[in-house]
Design a protein around this ligand. Structure first.
Ligand code: SF4
Ligand code: SF4
Length: 655
């Protein structure tokens, strides 16, 4: 016997008819969200072509894997599984409800016979039960919230909407139980919750009355819930997958390059904002970021600045902006509220982005404030200001250095790049040229390349990519330096570059192409691996245990995790720190913070301590800034010299 539509209910069709105004309220809510996001700046001039291009940047795989399947949520198994119960339970219940409506209209075979009795009834009960389990988990967790949910502010509105959903599920089960109790349960044998209630809690004598009441309550609450979704925190169901679809594909995390051409155009009606000071300075994509935020605090939990008592919380920044956007305060200055210290404490390590379940780009937002402080307001912390001034006046940011540009290669016969003769430019970069400890990286790499017979050369004069200026918010200076380098590289016919520093690698490969400089860029660790694969290096594998610290600009920002590890495995045994690869913890030097007076406790000491706990003989890095920061941080733990760049480790293993 099939399931009978509106069994025991008079005028049940009212519920179905109410679905029409509910759908209107629902879509109007989404339209209001669009109106909010639409207030953001368009990155490009609106045109049909640009619109098509914009849609072309939507990434279906990310949308499905991270947006719909919520892959990143499962990194925290308990909340990931609970969220999975709620999300997939609701999906199944939504499908089931629609099938019920179709059954009313057309009579569906799935609601008759054994299929309904066993499969349909079981699946719908299972979905409802698991959703309820998930809801209970989230409600309990809101009562005893972890720090990441509580600070700096907990999101309001989750408890009522979760409670409402719980109530809908409970009334649904009671309705089902009453129906089974009244009809002796023969139609829904698989409905294990309904059958349990019918057998143990619902008196058959009252079943018809209970059913009639809870049927209406369940139906009306369900409609109210659907209408409320776009006005509640659950709007993330719609916004978050879209945001993930339009996010930069990890690990290709871009910071963008500013276009200054409008400043050269005397007829330009409006000059672009230099960074951001108020909401109105941000793009639509950033508005979508802010609106999609779950307030989950996963970004804050992994942030090196937050974890060392600095005034920065990436969650705090994003929720402040989300709050302002929701209340329409687009033109209020934000920088003072967020604080200059917080804005400059960001190491741009991208750990927050990597942890964010909805792919929000927190560092890009923070950098926009930094750009405004530096370029519009001429405000920069004192040491960073000195580094930028040194970069402007002496072409490198290492103010106060005692080293000359060529000191790193004294006693070494290092070839100069010859146009048309040399294959690779070995790019030395400013830290290797001017910081004594880092100079050894350059010397080691020269020995490796000479041993392998590589055709390489360096520039006669020392240069910087301009990256430190960009990190510290001075896009003008970065663009100026980069353009000069690009011109000089063209004159020399440079096509292939080996970098010693991940910041240089990132700058050349991510930012220079936008300014017209396209090269084949290889980080030194990857180049050493190629030489090892080609058997151009004769290495002795020593009895040593090595732990490897992933530099943020090589790992998270460029996805290079395996090459340095393969190199290490060629000369010793690899032991991992608890936080490694994409979960690696920053050394503290990124975002120009190498030149910062650090607030709170020291990031480099925390990371060096983690490395020490592995009991490795050697701590390997693949970045001169990490080398300098961690060497300093290690002093808190030991007097031993244990930190070396992979080039130094390989050079010491060559025979
Ligand atoms: S980029 Fe790093 S330092 Fe900056 S907010 Fe994110 S996690 Fe914190
Ligand atoms: S920015 Fe991302 S990780 Fe941070 S609170 Fe929002 S959703 Fe969570």
């Amino acid at each position: 016997m099939p399931r009978i539509p509106y069994w025991n209910i008079d005028y049940g069709i009212i519920i179905d008819l109410l679905a029409i105004p509910v759908a209107i309220v629902f879509f109007y809510g989404l339209y209001r969200q669009w109106l909010l996001i639409k207030q953001g700046k368009m990155r490009v001039i609106p045109s049909i072509g640009n619109m098509i291009q914009g849609i072309g940047t939507f990434r279906l795989k990310a949308f499905l894997v991270r947006g719909i399947l919520n892959a990143r949520l499962y990194r925290k198994p308990a909340s990931g599984i609970a969220h999975g119960f709620v999300f997939w339970g609701m999906v199944i219940l939504f499908i089931g409800t629609n099938l019920v409506i179709l059954n009313i209209l057309f009579g569906l075979p799935v609601f008759s016979g054994g299929f309904n009795r066993w499969f349909m009834s079981f699946m719908l009960d299972l979905a409802g039960f698991l959703t309820l389990v998930g809801i209970v988990f989230f409600l309990v967790r809101r009562m005893i919230p972890p720090v990441r949910l509580r600070l700096p502010e907990a999101r309001k509105g989750f408890v009522p909407v979760s409670g409402l959903l719980g109530l809908i599920l409970i009334t649904g089960f009671v309705t089902e139980g009453a129906r089974i109790a009244a009809a002796a349960g023969s139609l829904e044998a698989g409905a294990f919750v309904g059958n349990f209630l019918a057998s143990n809690l619902i008196s058959p004598a009252l079943a018809l009355e209970i059913h009639a009441v809870t049927w209406w309550v369940h139906g009306l609450l369900s409609l109210g819930f659907v209408a409320y979704i776009p006005y509640s925190p659950l709007v993330h169901i719609v916004l978050a997958p879209v945001n993930v679809g339009f996010a930069d594909p990890a690990p290709n995390v871009k910071m963008g390059v500013m276009d200054f051409s409008a400043f050269e155009n005397e007829d330009a009606e409006e000059l672009p904002a230099l960074g951001a000071n108020k909401l109105a300075d941000f793009t639509r994509k950033r508005f979508l970021d802010f609106s999609s935020c779950l307030w989950c605090g996963r970004c804050q939990e992994v942030c090196p600045a937050y974890n060392t008592d600095k005034p920065l919380s990436p969650k705090g920044v994003i929720v402040t902006l989300a709050d302002r956007l929701a209340s329409g305060k687009l033109d209020e200055s934000l920088i003072e509220g967020i604080s200059m210290d917080a804005i400059f404490n960001c190491t741009t390590c991208a750990a927050c982005m990597e942890a964010c379940p909805v792919s929000i780009n927190q560092p890009k937002t923070i950098m926009r404030f930094r750009q405004n402080l530096v370029m519009e307001q001429s405000r920069i912390p004192e040491l960073m200001g000195k580094a930028v001034a040194s970069l402007e006046q002496r072409a490198h940011p290492f103010f106060g250095t005692g080293s000359g540009a060529a000191e790193w290669r004294k006693d070494l016969d290092v070839p100069i790049f010859e146009p048309g003769q040399t294959e690779y430019l070995l790019w030395i970069g400013c830290s290797v040229a001017y910081e004594q400890r880092a100079q050894k990286i350059g010397r080691a790499m020269v020995r490796i390349l000479q041993k392998a017979g590589t055709s390489f050369g360096i520039l006669e004069e020392s240069r910087c990519t301009g990256d430190p200026a960009k990190q510290m918010g001075n896009e003008f200076l970065f663009a100026e330096i980069a353009q000069q380098n690009i011109e000089d590289f063209s004159a020399l016919g440079i096509k292939k570059i080996i970098t010693l520093c991940p910041h240089c690698f990132n700058s050349f490969s991510r930012h220079y192409p936008k300014l017209g400089g396209e090269y084949e860029i290889i980080p030194h660790g990857s180049f050493i691996k190629i030489l090892m694969d080609e058997k151009k290096l004769n290495l002795v594998r020593k009895d040593q245990l090595i732990t490897y610290h992933d530099p943020c600009y090589l790992g998270r920002r460029n996805g290079i995790y395996d090459d340095p590890r393969t190199v290490i495995a060629g000369v010793g045994g690899l032991v991992e720190m608890p936080r490694h690869r994409n979960e690696s913890f920053c050394c503290g030097g990124g975002g120009g913070n190498y030149w910062a007076e650090e607030l709170g406790s020291r990031i480099n000491q925390q990371r060096a301590g983690e490395a020490m706990e592995t009991n490795a003989d050697t701590i390997a890095v693949a970045c001169p800034f990490c080398l300098l920061m961690l060497t300093d941080g290690l002093k808190k733990h030991t007097e031993e010299t244990k930190i070396f760049d992979i080039a130094e480790i390989v050079a010491a293993s060559m025979v």
